[in-house]
Each structure stands twice: as structure tokens, then as C-alpha cells.
Design a protein around this ligand. Sequence first.
Ligand SMILES: Nc1ncnc2c1ncn2[C@@H]1O[C@H](COP(=O)(O)OP(=O)(O)OP(=O)(O)O)[C@@H](O)[C@H]1O
Length: 446
Amino acid sequence: MSQEITATDERQRSDALVEVDGLKTYYESGGVFGGDPVKAVDDVSFDIRRGETLGLVGESGCGKTTLGRTLVRLESATAGDVSYDGTDITTLSGSDLKEWRSNAQMVFQDPDSSLNDRMTVGEIIREPLDVHARGTRRERRQRVQELLETVGLQQQHYYRYPHQFSGGQRQRIGIARALALEPDFVVLDEPVSALDASVQAKILNLLEDLQDDLGLTYLFIAHDLSVVRHICDRVAVMYLGNIMEIGPSEELFADPANPYTHSLLSAIPDTDPTTQMEDRITLRGTPPSPRNPPDGCPFTTRCPAKIRPEKYADIDDDVWERIEVFREVLRERARADRSLSERAKEILGMETRFSDLDEVEAETFDDVDVPAGVQTELDRAAELAHEGSESDAREHLRETFGSECDLEAPTHHEVSEAGRRSLCHRHKSEHESPAAFFEGHSVGDR
Ligand SMILES: Nc1ncnc2c1ncn2[C@@H]1O[C@H](COP(=O)(O)OP(=O)(O)OP(=O)(O)O)[C@@H](O)[C@H]1O
């Protein structure tokens, strides 16, 4: 089952506390020359349902923290809406913003750097109550003492300093502070990543108990997929500022729909002895720069299930893989910062490392039989590079070997009855689905 859907469809089905629509958060480049902004979050739409834990996973730098910070207004949205219980929070300012802030809080990854070492534990937890002028001094102190107990610390810890506590205890202090204003929504940014495994389990249990007792809604940011699987009701998988797939955890882990989710899950060490090494997918290269994301699908430059143009549909998987590697190398070369001395050499007409393209081509296609039709196009690209323009060479390869994955932005498709969504051209009826593709092709370790 696969059907194109809109963000509004999903909203109608759910009891949403947080509704995110077309959200973008860009960081403008500083400096005199400006430059392209970092597109940390680049047009995402999803809901977080009341009382649920939504996991947010993806490789480092894909925009998870920026998205979490934008939802609690620690970062300003560049475009789009975030509505919280029906109120658009992106436009709040002044006292309205201050008042709203008590609803949504954040727990940070590293309790060492997020707690002010010069304040006592009591002061740290009390600070939000002071800022919001909640109750009398005495009531505030009493509230802090309750909070210490709620998170499993003791009242006498009030006058101690953060450095007197272990990592797990410091994270409890961070949680108590986040709960001080009785929020409904908490963004947990890798709350256990900095802790030992045995302590992790205790903090996760505490977070689950607090959710049950206080009716909290969580956005749980993590890179450790096994943690997410157990604690989250639904999971959103993020790549280069986009949500590639979102849906119920069990379903998404058991039967991933999106090629990126496939790749991410296959990278987890598996305890299942029936899983073959060849079933593992190793992603080529690194994610593109969020300053200059690819046209078309965000995952196109690394996708093992990328749609091929019809003309090359039947070439060997190996040859196709090498073409993609070769294109990736050319893109990486364009991205690499050229050193001043290299630039100087270039200006003086001297040889630089940018003149060894033939060698790269020879090495890439070394042990595969390249069909004549493909070779002609590779030769043409090499010729363009020799004439002095690697960007023309890249463009030639893109025009020749590119498909809709390189040219058109995909839309989300509903891929299960539970409303799971996936961002991929392969969900269109004219294409083989990602699952069928992975079944029929060898995309294992190389
Ligand atoms: N204040 C900032 N100014 C400019 N760029 C930023 C800023 N904060 C983050 N970025 C960039 O935005 C992109 C997304 O970063 P973000 O921290 O949101 O990703 P992440 O998925 O949380 O990564 P990690 O797991 O490493 O924390 C990255 O390219 C990062 O370098």
C-alpha cells in the first residue's frame, strides 16, 4: 500500500500536541562574504501526539538538535509553523513567549556542561521558578525539594554543587530543572548518551515513570537506535534536514520502508544469527553539506536503491555502483577546501591534485567490465575535466546517469495502515518499491 499524502491528512487522524508544518531552520553564514545558509532543518512536517514519545534519529549533523531546539523556541524558525496546543509559537515574542516557555522544556545531552557549576543544585533547579516568579520564596524552595525527590535525589542535596555528583545524578538534576515549571512537552536531547550503560537504564526508567505520572509528551533525540526502539512509540528518521520516514517504532524497525531507514538499521550490529553479512548495507561517502544539499532527493548521492535512468536499467549492479562512486568522488573534490598553495599553483598553471582524474577513473572501474555505451560517457566527462571544468564533467554525468532522484524532490507516501510515511520516489506505482529492490539486488558490504 502506498499513497501520496499531505501533512494535513495525518493531523486529522491524531490527537496532536505539537503540529509542525513546512518547518525550516537555517543558520545564516557569518563573515563579510556571507555565503549559503546551513539548511539544518529543511521543510519538515509532522505531529507529536499528546502523551507519546516520538524518537528522532539520524546521523550526526542531520539536524536533530536544531529541530528540537526550534520546537522549544531556543532557535527561531526560518519558515513554516510550529503550533503547540493550537497556538503558533513561531511568532510569539516578549511576555507571551516567556509565558509559553513554561510549557516546553529541554533536557541536554551532557549534564557536565549544561549545569552551572557555580550554583548549588537547589539554585539550578529553582532558577526557572525565580525567572517566572512562581510562588513565594518558601514555596519555591519547597517545590525544589519535591522535585529532588521526584527524580530520585534527596532533599539534603539542595546545598551541594553539581561537581559533587555522578553523571547519572547530574542528569537527574537536569531533569528536575526541566520539570520545575510543570511542562507538558519535553525535548530530551540524547539524555543518556554520555552515561554508562547501567546508569542509562536507570535514567530511562525514571523518564518513563515521569511520563506516566505527569502525563508528559516527549521528543526523544538519539543516535542509538536500540534505545529508541524500546522507549519510543513512534520514530522519525532524519537525514540532511529532512524526515525520511516516520511511523510506529515496531513497524519501522521490523519492516523499514525508506532506503535510508534500511541503511541505518542494517548498520546496527545484529544479534540475530540468521542475518548474513551480505545483508548489511554500507553507505558510501559522507552526507552532503547542508549548505548545498543535492537537488532532488536529499539521500540521492548515497542511496543504494536509487532509480536508474531507463537506458541504463540493465547494466550490472557493480558497474552502476562504480558510476555512483565516481560521481561521489567528483562531488567530494568540489567540496574539499583547496589550500592556498594549491590555489596559487593553479593560478600559476602548475599541476595540482586536481589533475589526477584519469587515475581516479582507472582505479574506480579497475575490476569491472564497463559497457561501451557507459565508457563513451565517462570519456566525455574526463575530456570536459581536462578542458578545465570539473563542474561541466559533473553536470555531464548527472545529465547522463541521473534520474528523477537527482532532479525532483520526492513527496511523502503513506506506506502502512498505521499511517507510516516515507519520502522516496520508489513508492510511486511505476517503480519497484524499496523493499522489493533490496530483496532483488545485492547491495551488501563492499
Ligand atoms: N549555531 C549554529 N550555527 C551554524 N551552524 C550550525 C549551528 N548549530 C548547528 N549547526 C549546523 O547545523 C547542522 C545540523 O546540526 P545539529 O546539531 O542540529 O545536528 P544533529 O543531528 O543534532 O547532530 P549531533 O548528533 O552531532 O548533535 C550541522 O551541519 C551543524 O554544523
